[in-house]
Design a protein around this ligand. Structure first.
Ligand code: AMP
Length: 423
């Protein structure tokens, strides 16, 4: 019988890769907690309407890429393609706005988009995201960008390029939309099919097109920046000024529009050579009211973890979680004592790995060496009989025998010795 495989566009994250994920998660949690951000966990699926209203039906994400299904009660549900809409739904439904002040939230988890799988693009992928709701202040834009920069730097990715643009207000974009469409119309037949389609549905997204001919046509296209009101321009200048004050460098990209409809003013992306965008975000002042909540200014970003970790894997050795002790035992009595000793060591805070193979000592020793543990604890029939244990430091080969109670009576000394080996 043919074996069952993972669904196309999904993948297993195996233990050999998980160290990278845990390292990134720990660093992100720590940096976000220091900035008083709190984690929020919203459902993996929501009513389809939420995404249609929140992200916009003219976007690729909603128009082409959603995993939508009818449940047994004939209700249309959708696996979340991104995190912001769910967080905003929760913000409104749970009346988080009634708490006053700014809600500083972050999330991490799987997202689903029916895209064509390729390197760095999957149908189930993970995002780390941040949402800051309730502040229109330019400092909110800068603070949220600075936190993304901090996280990317702390994990070891400093070569990403921060690209910035301002999308202005809705009124600015309505005006620009007309200017852009007027410019593109004469070239309509030469645009790629997607862009032709977008000309009526979502013309700003044409700026994102990767098609060479379309890009050529766009070379002389009017820029969104020139359609911004004075107010919007001043706002963008302030954001840029504050970023520079923090020593954050960026590149202006006047064609950066982002895929989702709800963005306004600040829009940004972190670009890599290998995968294109690793993360991005922007201000979405209209979304909360669009979804039935009070007028609320907000800004957020999301970083794609597969892309981020894909880059880290090329730059850094695998983070290993090595045991302190590897327990080797043979014989019924010795094996029972080793099991007990492993538990006692774990309860005392050590990492202890128990060899369960029952194979010859030689084979167990080889596995002990490969495990990367600092020390090996050995129990055979003779040791078991006398309640003794052999302690062997795997780095030096130095070995000594002692009473089991003595070993467990000198935990502080063992901790220091292990710290010295690891240093
Ligand atoms: P977006 O919500 O489209 O702005 O995406 C934010 C980030 O999520 C991107 O920069 C990518 O790193 C990541 N991302 C988006 N779609 C995918 C996908 N299909 N597979 C892997 N990562 C993705």
């Amino acid at each position: 019988m043919a074996s069952i495989q993972a669904v196309r566009g999904t993948r297993d994250i195996l233990p050999e890769e998980i160290g990278y994920w845990q390292q990134v998660e720990t660093i992100a949690r720590d940096i976000l907690a220091r900035a008083a951000f709190k984690e929020i966990r919203t459902p993996i699926f929501e009513q389809t309407d939420l995404f249609e209203r929140g992200i916009g039906e003219a976007t690729d994400v909603v128009g082409k890429e959603m995993y939508t299904f009818l449940d047994k009660g004939d209700r249309s549900n959708t696996l979340r393609p991104e995190g912001t809409a769910g967080v905003v739904r929760s913000y409104i439904e749970q009346k988080l706005h009634a708490q006053g002040g700014v809600q500083r939230l972050w999330y991490m988890g799987p997202m689903f988009r029916y895209e064509r799988p390729q390197a760095g693009r999957q149908r189930q992928f993970h995002q780390l995201g941040l949402e800051m709701l309730g502040s229109a202040d330019v400092r909110a834009d800068v603070e949220s960008i600075a936190l993304a920069v901090d996280i990317l730097k702390a994990v070891g990715l400093d070569e990403l390029v921060l690209e910035m643009n301002s999308l202005g207000t809705k009124a600015d974009r309505v005006q620009y939309r007309e200017t852009l469409v007027n410019y593109l119309r004469p070239y309509q037949a030469d645009l790629d099919p997607d862009s032709q389609d977008r000309l009526t549905r979502n013309p700003l997204r044409i700026l994102d097109s990767k098609a060479a001919k379309t890009q050529e046509i766009l070379q002389d296209a009017p820029l969104l920046g020139n359609s911004l009101s004075d107010e919007s321009q001043t706002r963008f200048e302030k954001v840029k000024g504050l970023l520079s004050d923090l020593g954050i460098t960026y590149k202006l990209n006047p064609k950066l529009v982002r895929g989702l409809d709800y963005y306004s003013h600040t829009a940004f992306e972190f670009q890599s050579v290998q995968f294109g965008a690793v993360g991005g975000g922007g201000r979405y002042d209209g979304l909360v009211s669009e979804l039935g909540g009070p007028e609320t200014a907000a800004i957020g970003w999301a970083i794609g973890l597969e892309r981020l970790i894909g880059l880290l894997q090329q730059l850094q050795p695998k983070p290993e979680s090595q045991a302190d002790f590897y327990l080797v035992s043979r014989g019924e009595q010795a094996e029972a004592q080793a099991l007990k000793m492993a538990q006692q060591l774990r309860q005392a805070g050590f990492k202890a790995e128990l060899d369960l193979s029952g194979s010859a000592f030689g084979k167990q020793f080889k596995r002990a060496d490969r495990s990367g543990a600092a020390a090996c604890l050995i129990l055979g029939d003779a040791e078991a009989e006398n309640q003794q244990v052999q302690l062997k430091w795997l780095g030096t080969g130095e070995q000594s025998e002692m009473a089991q109670t003595d070993l467990l009576g000198q935990l502080d000394e063992l901790r220091s010795a292990i710290a010295a080996v690891r240093a």
